[in-house]
Design a protein. Structure first.
Length: 70
């Protein structure tokens, strides 16, 4: 397994998050971002116990190769 960092949020205050990674062994993306804890927003989502919801700024979409045409 090899994780490839695709990009960090250029507007991040501390330079650590959000970050998008690509896992070439599983052909999946991993996203480090802010955990959603707002109960009003979470109540609108059918969320299984084994999953969580993160929030990713729209500006981060450019790091997904399918969006970029790559």
């Amino acid at each position: 397994m090899a994780l490839h960092m695709l990009g960090k949020d250029p507007e991040s205050r501390d330079g650590n998050s959000p970050t998008v990674y690509y896992d070439d062994a599983r052909d999946t993306y991993l996203v480090q971002s802010w955990k959603v804890i707002d109960h009003d927003r979470l109540s609108q989502i059918d969320l299984p116990e084994h999953e969580t919801v993160i929030e990713l700024p729209r500006r981060m979409m450019r790091f997904f190769k399918e969006v970029n045409g790559g």
